[in-house]
Design a protein around this ligand. Structure first.
Ligand SMILES: Cc1cc2nc3c(=O)[nH]c(=O)nc-3n(C[C@H](O)[C@H](O)[C@H](O)COP(=O)(O)O)c2cc1C
Length: 238
């Protein structure tokens, strides 16, 4: 199928202000995940970022399959060291499995502490994964080896950084869809692996519950307040 300005799935901006002509009118490469014409998101990046927060309650309204696919398509454009692409997601919508995942994230303790069951109640869970072994395999390829033929000494575990990049993209993509997302870590990674048939070499980093936001209890951590600018950005030197 021809993809372009006039294509059936092309983004169109005819009924909206022409603020991002170059970037916004580009059609999505993949017809499976393209937004239908007329449903283009016009949220500015700044607004999108400010709107994102970890949400801990969702309504029972389901999330459309095409919205899930668009979020995944966004997340897979995250950067990765050596283009290893060691990040991946397990998408879970099955209610019974969601409940077990909630247990593996300590949802009972959240509820006891006054939070909603925000993992099991979210209509879709994205289990973010990273594969360290993929990075070692990639960095043993000729273009990545040291001159003496050895693998680099990893300055930082880039497999974790890359997972974070993909998770961030997914969190923002959820907001872009008019949805909300949160995060919860697993208490025991092997239990998560067993439940979801995740290979032993893959690390399930945590769960991103996504859904339509409902009034929630905010994290007490937020009382700390945001750090002063000078502690975040060190200009020219620390
Ligand atoms: C690596 C990481 C782990 C987190 N773990 C949890 C978690 O297990 N449970 C939870 O409710 N929130 C978790 N959070 C969310 C943080 O509490 C939240 O991002 C922080 O309080 C700032 O709030 P905001 O993201 O809404 O701006 C996690 C966030 C990150 C980045």
């Amino acid at each position: 199928m021809r993809m372009g300005w006039e294509g059936e799935f092309a983004f169109h901006a005819t009924n909206v202000p022409d603020v991002y002509p170059k970037r916004r009118d580009k059609p999505c490469r993949d017809v499976r995940v393209a937004r239908p014409a007329g449903t283009i998101s016009l949220m500015e990046f700044h607004e999108l970022v400010r709107k994102r927060r970890m949400v801990r309650n969702f309504s029972s309204q389901p999330v459309a399959r095409d919205a899930i696919e668009r979020m995944l398509d966004t997340a897979r454009h995250a950067p990765s060291a050596g283009f290893t692409e060691g990040q991946s997601f397990v998408v879970v919508t099955d209610e019974t499995v969601r409940r077990v995942i909630g247990k593996l994230c300590g949802e009972d303790e959240y509820v006891e502490a006054g939070f909603h069951p925000f993992v099991s109640n979210a209509p879709v869970l994205f289990v973010a994964c990273t594969n360290e072994a993929d990075y070692h395999r990639r960095y043993q390829q000729p273009d990545k080896l040291n001159d003496d033929g050895t693998e680099i000494a990893w300055p930082v575990p880039y497999w974790h950084m890359d997972a974070g990049c993909a998770v961030m993209m997914l969190l923002l993509a959820a907001v872009d869809e008019g949805l909300a997302a949160g995060f919860a870590g697993f208490h025991n990674l092997d239990d998560a692996r067993e439940l979801l048939a995740i290979p032993a070499e893959v690390t399930p980093v945590g769960v991103i519950p996504v859904g339509h936001p409902a009034p929630d209890v905010r994290s007490p951590s937020l009382k700390r307040g945001r750090r002063p600018d000078a502690e975040f950005a060190h200009w020219e030197r620390w």
